[in-house]
Ligand binder design. Structure first.
Ligand code: ADP
Ligand code: MG
Length: 367
């Protein structure tokens, strides 16, 4: 097991072109030993590229990969001691399930008695015991992917296991179950695991910490709760949550910021940061869960108009027209659905300031 450190990492698939594009842009990141991590982000943001660089399938154009402080850039994949599970099953069709699972162990000259124990253990966890003697060719797609995952899990000496959207081909019920099993295995053996997904739910059920990637960079690394409560970047606000954060492009004014005719004042620290910047890309963000909706005037609440309401079964999302823009709010469970004109307020604590898309912390303490 190992700590994986990425130092000044960058990668371009066309670095000799006149204007090379970077799939990974200047990244410094540490995956601590024994942690359960998710690498979350939309398609094309560089997740697979990053995993392939860590496992050694791909050589990065710039920067270093360190395992426990030792540079591994020049070490071939098979010597890096990393198990990688891909989106689509990789199995040896002509071999039995048992032999497929035993393969990585036999490669390392593990004794047959240890192989029997280890394969048995993993087969049990993945519910493959009854098919151990079947040829892999005769398995269902689900079973084949379980075998692929099993091959990654049989070795207890690996530095880390990297999963690249491994449950894509698995049906939803089983997906949930397998994710829990992975988590159990992680907790039991404390193997460093990096689990790639584009699904926030999958990321937060598996991982203790999520690295959210956007355009080749990790824009935030934190617990699911941190990503929800303090999105470090507008993209985190947008991508995490359902629906994502409301973002208002605001203008500077004497009292602080103005959106349409509505003035927002900032706290001292935020105002100082705003004064120190000359950017015109300033936004205020608030999550739908934190917007309050009243059917009568209430203190400083702002007038707005109900556009429509979506009933999502266990909760309702209301869309409101506020200063010409749609703002979404999540209604409280027992709250009556308002109609027509309503009043909305944005609790100061949850109204976030973004300059050039990055969060300005309320008091400068959190990231
Ligand atoms: P993700 O796994 O997050 O979907 P990828 O790492 O596959 O993202 O891709 C990141 C970027 O690199 C994309 O713009 C993609 O088109 C590009 N890319 C990926 N693989 C290659 C390749 N082999 N050659 C050229 N460009 C590639
Ligand atoms: Mg990918």
């Amino acid at each position: 097991m190992a700590e994986i450190q990425l130092k000044g990492l960058a990668h371009s698939y066309n670095k000799h072109a006149e204007n090379p594009e970077y799939a990974i842009r200047q990244m410094d990141h540490i995956w601590k030993d024994g942690g359960a991590y998710a690498l979350l982000g939309p398609s094309g943001c560089g997740k697979s590229t990053l995993l392939n660089i860590i496992s050694g399938l791909l050589a990065s154009s710039e920067g270093e990969v360190l395992f426990d402080g030792v540079r591994v850039n020049d070490i071939p994949p098979q010597e890096r001691n990393i198990a990688q599970v891909f989106q689509f099953p990789v199995v040896y069709d002509t071999m039995t399930v048992f032999d497929n699972l035993a393969f990585p162990l036999r490669n390392m000259k593990t004794s047959e008695s240890k192989i029997l124990t280890k394969v048995g253990e993993i087969a049990k966890i993945l519910e493959l015991t009854t098919v151990l003697n079947k040829k892999a060719a005769n398995l269902t797609a689900d079973e084949k992917q379980k075998v692929s995952m099993g091959r990654g899990l049989v070795r207890d000496d690996v530095s880390a296991i990297l999963f690249d959207e491994p449950l894509t081909v698995i049906d939803p019920q089983l997906k949930w179950k397998l994710r829990r099993k992975l988590k159990q295995i992680q907790e039991k053996f404390k193997i460093t695991m990096v689990y790639v997904t584009h699904d926030q739910l999958e990321a937060s059920t598996f991982a203790d910490k999520i690295a959210l990637m956007y355009e080749g960079q990790v824009v935030q690394f934190g617990t699911p709760r941190e990503l929800f409560e303090y999105p470090n970047h507008t993209f985190v606000g947008y991508f995490i949550g359902s629906p994502g954060m409301n973002l208002m492009a605001v203008q500077r004014c004497e009292q602080g910021l103005i959106f349409g005719d509505t003035v927002f004042t900032l706290n001292k620290y935020e105002q100082q940061c705003l004064d120190d910047s000359d950017s015109h890309n300033v936004k205020l963000g608030i999550r739908p869960e934190f917007v309050h909706v009243w059917d009568k005037p209430n203190g400083e609440a702002h007038l707005s108009e109900v556009e429509f309401v979506e009933d999502l079964g266990t909760y309702k999302i209301i869309s409101l027209k506020f200063e010409g823009q749609t703002i979404k709010a999540r209604l409280q469970e027992d709250q009556k659905v308002p109609h027509g004109q309503v009043y909305i307020s944005f609790p100061e604590q949850w109204l976030m300031l973004y300059i050039d898309e990055y969060l300005v912390a309320k008091d400068g303490t959190y990231e």
